[in-house]
Write a protein that binds this ligand. Structure first.
Ligand SMILES: *Cc1c(COP(=O)(O)O)cnc(C)c1O
Ligand code: SF4
Length: 348
């Protein structure tokens, strides 16, 4: 297996206990140019060429996620998602940091209330691994606000005063990167608001750091059901036994797990890759929810796929694979106008 090979090459001296310990994985994340040089098997001066990229867009990846890369392939789909790429600094005209104008819909800092019955709370800007295709990558650098806790408190106050909100989405960054006590305090505060019926957490932890989903975390989350977890698998190779185990634990705790993928050039922009991803998700009981058209975000342009190609892939999927596997293909319209479904035009 790829996982075993990579581990034995790059992390050969790591014990099984350390490898499966999420704290070890976090502490040993790869984020420096010298480690990058070692991984890419290039000299330090050569690696120095990546300096601008990683100074602009933070680089950090868990050993686990890194181990899924086939290093002999420069176009490896996992590599494209986590290792810095010069193309991140080639901005296309029309791209911006925040095309969705999320900042405009923030009533309280970091809380977006765009759709009447639900709101999205960006509770942190920290992630376990930083995805090169992230549409909020301009937020990575923002320092943790001094009044972090007060900010979360303000969100709770707004939600408790706004009776039409029945669902709260925790997003980020990755909400599971919060200290478990802070996360529980936030969930508990939400649960105490009578009109909040449902909580949703968006997290890529099952994909990039599955060992963090442990019994302790599941026991805590379980108390705040109905709670849904939405994750982001983008390629079939990410569905490892570790990742499947993490999803299984959540499911056993009564937490439905759904998936939102992004359509990414070179990662999953073919019928075969997408079919295998969706089949793989169905096999681990994770329901494909959305497939997002990549947005015109600065630093992400090289991942964008023509919308007609996306439609073609969707149409072929629709004709061939189980309905249970099908996500909705959507485009979050620039300017904060909301999500628009993209339907293959043979249905019109
Ligand atoms: C996507 C999104 C949601 C959730 O929308 P669903 O269609 O319910 O998944 C909520 N708020 C914002 C700002 C969003 O972008
Ligand atoms: S986990 Fe989500 S928020 Fe974090 S870098 Fe990846 S896409 Fe962005």
């Amino acid at each position: 297996m790829v996982e075993e090979n990579a581990k034995s090459n790059l992390f050969q001296n790591v014990s099984e206990d350390d490898w499966h310990n999420w704290r070890w994985q976090i502490e040993n994340r790869i984020h420096t140019l010298s480690r990058l040089a070692g991984i890419l098997n290039i000299s330090l001066p050569e690696a120095d060429r990546y300096k601008d990229v990683i100074e602009t867009y933070h680089f950090s990846v868990t050993p686990y996620y890194l181990s899924l890369i086939d290093m002999s392939d420069e176009k490896d789909p996992v590599r494209l998602q986590c290792l810095p790429d010069f193309r991140e600094l080639d901005y296309l005209p029309g791209s911006s940091d925040d095309p969705l104008e999320e900042e405009r819909d923030m009533i309280v800092p970091d809380l977006i209330h765009r759709y009447p019955d639900r709101c999205l709370a960006m509770v942190t800007n920290t992630c376990a691994a930083y995805c090169r295709h992230c549409n909020r990558k301009h937020r990575w650098k923002e320092p943790k606000p001094k009044h972090f806790r007060k900010n979360l408190r303000m969100m709770i106050d707004y939600i408790s005063q706004t009776k039409q909100i029945r669902e709260v989405i925790l997003s980020g960054g990755d909400p599971l990167m919060l200290k478990i006590e802070t996360l529980e305090w936030f969930l508990h505060s939400l649960k105490s608001i009578p009109h909040v019926e449902v909580i949703r957490i968006g997290s890529r932890i099952p994909v990039v750091l599955p060992m963090m989903i442990d019994q302790n975390l599941c026991d805590m989350l379980q108390k705040y059901r109905p709670l849904w977890l939405i994750t982001q698998f983008n390629h079939p190779r990410e569905i490892t036994p570790d990742a499947a185990g993490a999803c299984e634990m959540l499911l056993e705790a009564g937490i439905p797990v759904m998936n939102q993928s992004v359509l990414l050039k070179g990662v999953n922009d073919s019928y075969e890759a997408m079919r295998d991803l969706l089949y793989g998700l169905q096999r681990i009981s994770v329901k494909p929810y959305y497939l997002f058209q990549c947005e015109p975000v600065k630093g992400v342009d090289h991942f964008r796929v023509d919308v007609w190609k996306g439609m073609e892939i969707m149409e072929k999927l629709w004709r061939n694979i189980s309905g249970l596997c099908m996500p909705r293909y959507v485009f979050d319209l620039p300017g904060g106008r909301g999500k628009m479904p993209l339907q293959p035009f043979s249905f019109l």
